[in-house]
Each structure stands twice: as structure tokens, then as C-alpha cells.
Design a protein around this ligand. Structure first.
Ligand code: SF4
Length: 73
């Protein structure tokens, strides 16, 4: 699968990479370099645009992403 096009610019990784480095690497493998369509952040940016992705949203928060999408549509 293709790498996520946001890899170098994703605010989540730019701002939180220092903490929990092992978890971040696992998520990068799973989502950013694996299947970005399973990433909560990607779900929101794809539908609503990158400006609507909250900084706090982590890739595994799919339920939260669905709430944001429901409210934002
Ligand atoms: S966290 Fe999600 S949106 Fe950000 S680079 Fe990875 S797959 Fe893309």
C-alpha cells in the first residue's frame, strides 16, 4: 500500500512524536505506511479537510472521527 501523503506534515506526529515513541512507530507502520484509510485522522481530513482534524485526535480514535464527521457534515 502507498504511504499516506500526510506523512511529513501530519501535525499529530510533528507535535507528539517525542512521547511514546514505540507506540508512534507502531501506528506509523499500521496506518501511515500501511492502510491510511483505517486512520481516524485520515478519515476526517479526507471528508472535511485537513483544517478540521483536531490536534488531539490519534490514529486509533475511529469512534471520535465518526462523531466529528457526523457533526461536520
Ligand atoms: S496519522 Fe493518519 S493522517 Fe497522519 S500521516 Fe499517518 S495515516 Fe496519514
Amino acid at each position: 500500500m502507498n504511504e499516506c501523503e500526510r506523512m511529513d506534515r501530519c501535525r499529530y506526529f510533528l507535535e507528539h512524536l517525542k512521547e511514546l515513541e514505540a507506540v508512534q512507530e507502531m501506528w506509523k507502520r499500521k496506518f501511515c505506511k500501511g492502510d491510511k484509510n483505517q486512520c481516524a485522522r485520515y478519515m476526517v481530513l479526507k471528508e472535511l479537510g485537513v483544517d478540521q482534524v483536531p490536534d488531539y485526535l490519534v490514529p486509533t480514535q475511529v469512534d471520535k472521527a465518526k462523531e466529528i464527521l457526523k457533526a461536520g457534515r
